[in-house]
Unconditional design. Structure first.
Length: 149
């Protein structure tokens, strides 16, 4: 292998590590949003849903090194499923609010159910993200830049 090939490999590896750091930032922002939704006053939700574009792109683009950490890919999939289920529940809440009004009994009950579910998911999501952070730190030397703030 030539010196240029070695430099390219090192550069490529560092780029993948930076993408893993980006994923950790994205996960931190998801946790912050989830925390806000879990402990907000009813009907103060911003209407947005959890998206997975960054997660998908980073896993695809960093697979060459992530394949050594299949457990983290499984954990990311579990987190995705939890957040997708919240997206569905939030859409259901929004539908009820639109059809019955914000102050109806059905809307208030559904909002309380959503907050309770978000709190349960938050607890699990915190554990999952910590597991991913620990794994990335140990296997790739990647720290979450968002946590260092």
């Amino acid at each position: 292998m030539t010196l240029e090939e070695i430099r390219y490999q090192i550069s490529n590896y560092e780029e993948k590590r930076e993408k893993l750091a980006l994923l950790l930032i994205d996960l931190s922002l998801k946790l912050r949003s989830l925390n806000e939704q879990a402990y907000s006053v009813a009907f103060t939700y911003d209407g947005s849903n959890f998206s997975f574009e960054i997660m998908d792109a980073v896993v695809a683009e960093s697979y060459a090194i992530l394949k050594e950490d299949i457990d983290s890919i499984d954990v990311l999939d579990t987190l995705r499923k939890e957040l997708q289920s919240l997206n569905v529940e939030k859409q259901g809440l929004q539908t009820i609010v639109l059809s019955t009004g914000m102050r109806s009994g059905a809307s208030l009950s559904r909002a309380n159910d959503y907050r309770s579910r978000a709190q349960a998911v938050l607890s699990r999501a915190n554990d999952l993200v910590e597991q991913i952070e620990r794994s990335f730190r140990e296997k790739f030397g990647v720290e979450n830049p968002y946590r260092r703030r």
